[in-house]
Design a protein around this ligand. Structure first.
Ligand code: UD1
Length: 416
């Protein structure tokens, strides 16, 4: 399963180049099968989730090649419209393939998706939205069977601005003649990326980044070349690590607008943070001060994916922070592990109260999910002594060579 052995207490200093965004790359890879021409996607992060998506595409008969950071996809022919249980369980994003495969084949079957164990993660909003577009759906024995032989473009109003459901309905609507309008759409930057990618293939999607997205069904999409945006969650994680270690780092290739909810919390905190020409400069200023109250929200609110790393920061900040997790019901699994390191955190339902301690101490801890695992590494970097983070396969799902990034900045992390 792998572990990191971290010697804490080293200041992080230097420059980081941010990897491509996993949550943008995955739906883009799914969307690439909607054309039978060659698609080249650059700045794709080398991650287990990306490998799993490529395996699923191969199983559908799609030719894929991963060379450096570029993926070539050629879906000249699709010889299956079914995504089996074993790979779907590994990857929550397999659910996007419903929309993309439906657009291309008019039929799709997918096993219920997996991913991090951070909550129930149902797909009812996806299913309702697809049904609103005239797609007949049956759920049987852990599989979702979709028949898109007589779809109808129209209006879809999501009950909640789900990121995945918004992406799925965009992908499905591409294959449906006429105009589809999605209301209460999620506004995440990764959805804007999907729109831009589809439009680079000759699609007509507009409004992404707002709650109303309009999609004109397009019979034929053509090949394209596209570069994936940098990962705002990875950038946010590294910004937090700099503050926790008293460091001074330039974080390259990131739009700070995408991180404004984090940066606005940090500016009130104890660091200097400034951006210039796509580079964010972060310099810690002594012991950070706690943020009084913070709650996760859909974009542009504070991202649930930064809740755990930000909580790690609060554990050593001066004062008390009250943190509410509104998006996922089981996303505090890092808390018992942080407590092993001396953190003072109590949880009541979806709210955590964190009283900052002056120092964390190294301990043996276990990553329980992707972002919670990253939070433990940050805690280990700031702690006194040695921290062992076990089960780092969770972290490898979203962070490319995390230990190499940190070691280049002066950390001492060994992967075993
Ligand atoms: C995406 C991101 C994930 C991020 C999350 C919220 C990807 C690959 N993953 O996940 O990193 O944490 O957005 O920003 O992009 N829900 C339902 N029914 C549904 C769909 C969602 O109840 O049909 C619930 C979920 O259980 C969750 C909430 O809605 O509680 C948000 O989920 P959603 O926005 O769909 O997240 P994902 O697309 O799964």
């Amino acid at each position: 399963m792998g572990k990191f052995i971290i010697e804490g207490g080293k200041k992080l200093v230097g420059e980081i180049e941010i990897q491509g965004a996993k949550n943008a790359a995955l739906p883009i890879l799914a969307a690439a099968l909607m054309t039978n021409e060659k698609v080249k996607i650059h700045n794709v992060p080398k991650l287990i989730d990306v490998d799993n998506m490529l395996k699923i595409l191969k199983n559908l008969g799609v030719h894929t090649e991963f060379d450096g950071r570029s993926v070539t996809i050629e879906a000249q022919e699709i010889n299956s419209y079914s995504i089996g249980n074993s790979l779907a369980k590994e990857l929550r994003s397999s659910v996007f393939l419903l929309g993309a495969v439906l657009s291309r084949c008019k039929k799709a079957v997918v096993a219920y998706p997996g991913g991090c164990d951070i909550g129930l993660r149902p797909i009812d909003i996806h299913i309702k939205a697809l049904r609103d577009l005239g797609i007949k759906i049956e759920e049987k024995a852990g599989y979702v069977y979709c028949d898109g032989s007589s779809p109808e473009a129209g209006e879809v109003c999501l009950d909640y601005p789900s990121v995945g459901a918004t992406e799925n309905v965009i992908l499905a609507a591409i294959g449906i003649p006429g105009v589809t309008v999605v209301y209460n759409a999620a506004r995440e930057p990764e959805i804007v990326e999907l729109q831009n990618f589809i439009n680079s293939m000759g699609g007509h999607v507009r409004g992404a980044g707002t709650p109303k997205i309009t999609i004109e069904g397009t019979e034929i999409l053509h090949g394209t070349e596209y570069t994936v945006m940098p990962d705002r969650i990875v950038a946010g994680t590294y910004i937090i690590s700099v503050i926790m270690t008293g460091g001074d780092v330039a974080i390259k290739s990131i739009k700070n607008g995408d991180l404004s909810s984090l940066i606005s919390k940090l500016s009130k905190n104890s660091c200097n943070i400034a951006s210039n020409n796509g580079i964010i400069y972060v310099k810690a200023k002594g012991r950070p001060k706690a943020v009084d109250y913070i709650s996760t929200q859909p974009y542009p609110g504070f991202p649930t994916d930064l809740q755990a790393p930000f909580m790690a920061l609060q554990t050593i900040s001066k004062g008390t922070c009250v943190f509410t997790e509104n998006i996922f019901e089981n996303r505090f699994r890092h808390v018992p592990e942080l407590r092993k390191m001396g953190a003072d955190v109590i949880i009541r339902d979806r709210t955590a109260v964190i009283k900052g301690v002056s120092e964390l101490v190294g301990a043996e801890v276990y990553a329980q999910d992707l972002r919670g695992g990253a939070a433990l590494v940050l805690a280990g970097l700031a702690a006194h002594g040695i921290t062992v983070v076990n089960d780092i396969y969770h972290i490898d799902r979203g962070y490319e060579n995390m230990e190499k990034v940190f070691n280049k900045l002066g950390a001492n992390i060994i992967r075993v």
